[in-house]
Design a protein around this ligand. Structure first.
Ligand code: HEM
Length: 522
């Protein structure tokens, strides 16, 4: 008998006075249907039933689009998953679910739903999912991927203290960023107004700020080894959101397939790990106990102080994982924001002109910008905020999980469920933004030109696991962008506008583009 594909009938029925709920046919009916129609042997039936049952939504779970047997909704995420999810929320509601190859996943859409979960039930939504990919990459240790518990608390506290102590908590650190800004604009000047792709320069300059905190030193722009590490690490940020990554999570046995993008991901990760191990050892040389020079020293102090404590999560391995996470989280995001900002300045010369006017009026005779000037530059602030809103650097945040059973808007979400926060949907939420599809810095200004905060602006996410580097990122973006715009006029070569479509991954970055940076007369 010829086998046919087996499909599960999932019906959405509207409950009186309540939200959409999913009714799943009971197991016996599925069993007899599968048996009668498709299969002859009982082992085949059992296997299929297991797969079918794996795709069942738990009782009281939010509804969502029907999954394909076995792979669920994975294929729907192949192109612009954040846009797909926003569209699905218009059908199934702000809180809906997807089946990612057997992982029942809840997707939060719109500012209200995200705030309800991440802010009002901060602790409940503070975990990370135990996905095979994360387990393989960092064994759920480090900081960014750490499970919610002692490991996360210890690493987050140490990183926050180090950021304050070696970074944004110091006036001296601001001077170091300004110094890097000068290296950056001087390197741009070398192109003498001719077209160039700013990606590598921006990446090097931005990563150097995190490097100062982690290693106490910057790397020169011609350090090819460091550049290569960042390049393959950044490639992994892209690959981690590919269908291959989702397939690996659903079927970890594909690890043994000799092809597939997940192989590239593993290979890159191994190279990055080796490199970080090597430089971490190099930068820990000459360490004096209790006199930390940077994050690595501070970590090693903690590690030593906790020897003997069997429950401690400080370890040499977690040091490498956390160093890698801080480098990539700090580099990929701020770099992409600045690359989008440059692109939009060249795209909208009228906005660029206003930026130039404000910078000139506040900084007068070419004085380098400082954080004190920020308050007097509402237009620059509005532009950077609009870039973050419109370009959605981390469109789906970093996947969360429930740390305990949750009850939200009448739905029951069991402990350990993967949760995706569609930050893009909050930034394009019509309830909070007028004409969200238009790039308009004006929306962050009142009628007197003063900067106004917008509640639904959440590029750094919300709650307990919100971005650790927000303050540092804001400082970097302001100083790099203002220094750059103070010195240059940006335009596209021959006025040819590049594609505005993003390159997809965990972060959204512009496709490679060329730009001319012409020195301004001041
Ligand atoms: C424009 C720049 C940035 C954006 C848009 C951004 C955005 C985000 C987002 C959306 C998250 C996920 C939070 C969640 O789980 O809901 C996150 C987490 C994180 N970010 Fe950032 N980020 C930026 C810059 C930085 C910088 C400069 C650093 C540090 C050098 C950093 C370090 C981290 C870390 C360590 C986490 C994980 C926090 C945790 O799990 O407790 N980020 N960021």
């Amino acid at each position: 008998m010829k086998k046919k594909e087996c499909t599960v009938e999932l019906c959405n029925t509207k409950r009186p006075g309540g939200p959409w709920k999913t009714r799943v046919m009971d197991d016996c009916r599925i069993l007899s249907m599968v048996k009668k129609k498709y299969f002859t042997t009982s082992s085949q039936v059992k296997k299929t039933l297991q797969e079918v049952l794996k795709q069942r939504r738990p009782q009281g779970f939010p509804p969502g689009p029907s999954p394909i047997p076995v792979i669920g909704n994975i294929l729907s995420l192949a192109t612009e998953p954040h846009v797909f999810m926003k569209k699905q929320s218009e059908i199934h509601g702000q809180i809906f679910s997807l089946d990612l190859g057997g992982y029942s996943t809840v997707v939060l859409n719109g500012y209200d739903a995200i705030k309800e979960c991440l802010y009002h039930q901060s602790e409940v939504f503070a975990d990370r999912p135990s996905l095979p990919l994360f387990k393989k990459m960092t064994k759920m240790g480090g900081l960014l991927n750490a499970k919610y518990g002692r490991g996360w608390i210890e690493h987050r506290k140490l990183a926050s203290n180090s950021f304050r102590y070696f970074g944004s908590g110091h006036k001296l650190f601001e001077l170091k960023i300004s110094e890097e800004c000068m290296f950056f604009v001087d390197a741009i000047d070398e192109h003498k107004g001719k077209p160039f792709n700013p990606k590598h320069l921006v990446t090097n300059a931005v990563s150097n700020i995190t490097n100062l905190i982690i290693f106490g030193e910057r790397f020169t722009y011609d350090d090819l080894e460091f550049q290569h590490m960042i390049e393959i690490f950044s490639e992994n940020v892209e690959l981690a959101a590919s269908c291959w990554a989702f397939l690996y999570n659903a079927f970890p046995c594909i690890e043994y397939l000799p092809f597939g993008k997940h192989q590239k991901l593993f290979c890159n990760a191994a190279k990055v790990y080796d490199f970080l191990l090597q430089i971490t050892e190099r930068f820990s040389q000459g360490r004096v106990r209790h006199t930390p020079r940077h994050y690595i020293d501070a970590y090693l102090d903690e590690l030593e102080q906790n020897t003997g404590d069997l429950g401690t999560t400080f370890s040499k391995e977690n040091l490498i994982y956390s160093v890698g996470e801080l480098i990539i989280a700090g580099t990929e995001t701020t770099t992409n924001t600045l690359r989008w900002a440059m692109l939009y300045m060249a795209l909208y010369p009228n906005i660029q002109e206003k930026v130039h006017k404000e910078i000139d009026s506040v900084l007068g005779n070419g004085k380098p910008p400082s954080m004190e000037d920020k308050q007097r530059m509402p237009y620059v602030e509005a532009v950077l905020h609009e870039v973050l809103r419109f370009c959605n650097i981390v469109p789906l945040g970093i996947f969360r999980a429930t740390s305990q059973d949750a009850l939200v808007s009448g739905y029951t979400i069991p402990k350990g469920t993967m949760v995706i926060t569609n930050l893009y949907s909050a930034h394009f939420d019509e309830k909070y933004w007028c004409d969200p599809g238009t790039f308009s810095p004006q929306r962050f200004l009142d009628c007197n030109g003063n900067f106004v905060r917008r509640e639904a602006f959440i590029p750094f996410s919300l709650g307990r696991r919100h971005c650790l580097g927000e303050q540092l990122a804001r400082m970097e973006m302001f100083l790099f962008f203002t220094t750059l715009m103070q010195r240059f006029h940006l335009h596209f070569p021959n006025g040819k506008v590049p594609s505005l479509s993003p390159k997809l991954g965990m972060t959204l970055q512009p496709l490679p583009y060329s730009i001319c940076a012409v020195r301004r007369q001041q």
